[in-house]
Design a protein around this ligand. Sequence first.
Ligand SMILES: C=C1C[C@]23C[C@H]1CC[C@H]2[C@]1(C)CCC[C@@](C)(C(=O)O)[C@H]1[C@@H]3C(=O)O
Ligand SMILES: O=C(O)CCC(=O)C(=O)O
Ligand SMILES: [Fe+2]
Length: 355
Amino acid sequence: MSFSIIQHQAHIPPQFIWPDHERPCAEAPPPLDVPPIDLAGFMSGDPEAVANAARLIDQACRRHGFFLVVNHGIDADLIARVHSSTDLFFSMPVAEKEKAMRKPGDHCGYASSFTGRFSSKLPWKETLSFRYSADPNLPDIVQTYFSQTMGEDYSAFGRVLQEYCEAMSGVCLKVMEVLGVSLGVGADCFRDFFVGNESIMRLNYYPPCQQPEVALGTGPHCDPTSLTILHQDQVGGLEVYVDQKWHSITSNPHAFVVNIGDTFMALSNGIYKGCLHRAVVNSAAARRSIAFFLCPKTDKVVSPPQQLLSQGNNPRLYPDFTWPALLEFTQKHYRSDMKTLDAFVAWLNQRPTLN
Ligand SMILES: C=C1C[C@]23C[C@H]1CC[C@H]2[C@]1(C)CCC[C@@](C)(C(=O)O)[C@H]1[C@@H]3C(=O)O
Ligand SMILES: O=C(O)CCC(=O)C(=O)O
Ligand SMILES: [Fe+2]
């Protein structure tokens, strides 16, 4: 089922129609007051800038887990090249895109409308996801993926995305320093945990939809990953559920939208919260968003720093786990939503123990 056919029909197929209580708001939702974290200010070491960044990120992460990062130092031309690469890929003929077709159970590759994964509440989007590794022995992992999957013509395409992932990994490590300071465990604690990250990059493409009032580009969920660095194009459509109602996050090309995921919620022993969010579509313009999902190295055990447990009455909320186990759960057993971590822990507990 490809959007090039669906989007020209008068009505969208029933699999893309969401239940009443999950549909977009009839009125445009109010904007969420998302604090801008001055990353260069924090990194300068100026005590006031460091304290201000830590305070703003702490307030946001205790409340909804979303904040903006500005003065991030990422070249605007690189961001523009990633957006144009996204347009280039999704404008390709279906047969060309399907060279990168996502395989069942794998999180990488090209997926359109997710018909192979879900039978209802299908998201109105096409996605292209691929691995990034900060391992210095894998300096061209992204470029190699595209050359091998799509052919040597895609080497330059892969180079742009490789460069962008390296930049995103750097921004994530700086944000982890701020999070470490704001949680009182020190700038190095989470930075050291994620320095060898094995992350996921995803290009989201949302075609115009003839019935945007009953569809969703991405359904309500909390990212199961650790931290998400998202760049929205000027169309906008990202919404966050705070204080029992949906809020929009205004598009700002100079800022990255950053949010806490389930894995970091577990690392912070629930002090910082992942938050329900979704993406709405529209009938006039296609929308793109570029999402970098920070994930720890596969052998890292997700367990909160001791300091967070010894501070007063703060019992462990989640058992130790590894990211690959949670990822497999989301790919093979459970559609990520707002209860993914609880469902994951229940799944872990019911598995037969190897004696
Ligand atoms: C590890 C991941 C699974 C998803 C992509 C990344 C992080 C976010 C997850 C997702 C976007 C949450 C909503 C449901 C989902 C199926 C989707 O709409 O794309 C999720 C992704 C996935 O499982 O492919
Ligand atoms: O497209 C967006 O703005 C949000 C996408 C998202 O939440 C995701 O891919 O996890
Ligand atoms: Fe998300």
